[in-house]
Design a protein around this ligand. Structure first.
Ligand code: ATP
Length: 277
């Protein structure tokens, strides 16, 4: 899942410069393909506020294919809480995020943000209140200044420089995404494998910045590497479209189930194959 709403708003504008830009065409086409014909709602989600309340009840979902991808997922995040979704590749983690962003309707089940049914919310206000730090950030062939600005085109120069200073110490693409998110000051922050493509040293640095960014906001982290999400208020372990365990890192370790097994096998692997310094 990537920064979606702004690219859609600016597609017309961007088309002119497309040929000489470094846009990832697959990314753009994916947006166009996956964007559904959802009906827009009329209730405005508050743009500013201390986090966002998320309640998902019994979500069932399948893409066009017949295979069920989500099989009765329920979750709650209170304003300011951070939750992590972990589990094997293909178990449906990013699909939950896509439903939350209203790119698709659930086949069954409900999603409420701030106690409002997602289907009643205006798309613009929804995307205005959410920032996403994806695994692979798309940069436009333009200055860092403009790459950051695009999350809030009305921002003034001082605000943009401030956002860049808050995020840009390592010069990584991910830091541009984080600077965009700082500038947007979202109520909900979604990090979808935001640091998984980074080497371990850069990952540690980027995680520190993400921690600053996440403070006071509701956050959803989708991650494979458990050490990056162990401090979340709640960890949801998914398998095959269902949440099979839920709790804090400590709770889940003491339960000795799937999470505890994932944790020990990742620890073992990192001991056996230390990541490059
Ligand atoms: P990963 O950790 O690899 O990112 P994930 O747990 O986030 O995986 P999802 O991206 O939610 O998994 O995908 C769940 C399943 O749905 C996968 O089998 C995937 O191939 C399938 N899927 C994802 N997007 C689509 C789509 N647009 N159309 C059809 N199937 C899709």
């Amino acid at each position: 899942i990537l920064q979606i709403s702004a690219p859609l708003q600016f597609l017309g504008f961007l088309y002119r410069d497309l040929r000489q830009s470094l846009l990832d065409l697959d990314f753009l086409f994916n947006i166009l393909i996956t964007r559904p014909s959802v009906k827009d709602g009329h209730i405005e989600l508050q743009k500013v506020g201390p986090g966002m309340k998320i309640q998902a009840e019994n979500l069932h979902f399948r893409y066009r294919s017949s295979r069920k991808i989500l099989n009765g997922v329920s979750l709650t995040a209170n304003p300011g809480e951070s939750i992590a979704i972990v589990g094997p590749s293909g178990c449906g983690k990013s699909t939950i995020v896509k439903l939350l962003l209203r790119f698709y309707y659930p086949e069954l089940g409900t999603l409420f943000l701030d106690n409002i049914d997602l289907q009643l919310l205006s798309q613009a206000s929804l995307h205005g209140a959410i920032a996403i730090v994806p695994q692979d950030t798309v940069l436009f062939n333009d200055t860092i200044y403009h790459n950051i600005t695009y999350s809030r085109p009305t921002a003034c120069k001082t605000e943009i420089i401030q956002a860049a200073k808050q995020a840009l110490s390592g010069g990584e693409k991910q830091r541009v995404a984080i600077a965009r998110a700082f500038l947007k000051a979202p109520r909900l922050l979604i990090c979808d494998e935001a640091t998984s493509a980074l080497d371990s040293n850069t990952e540690v640095e980027v995680l520190k910045t993400l921690k600053d960014l996440s403070s006071g906001r509701t956050c959803i982290f989708v991650a494979h590497r458990l050490s990056t999400i162990m401090h979340c208020d709640k960890i949801l372990v998914m398998d095959n479209g269902s949440i099979i365990e839920e709790g804090t890192h400590k709770d889940l370790l003491s339960r000795g189930g799937t999470y505890a097994n994932m944790w020990s096998s990742q620890e073992l692997k990192e001991k056996r194959e230390p990541l490059p310094k």
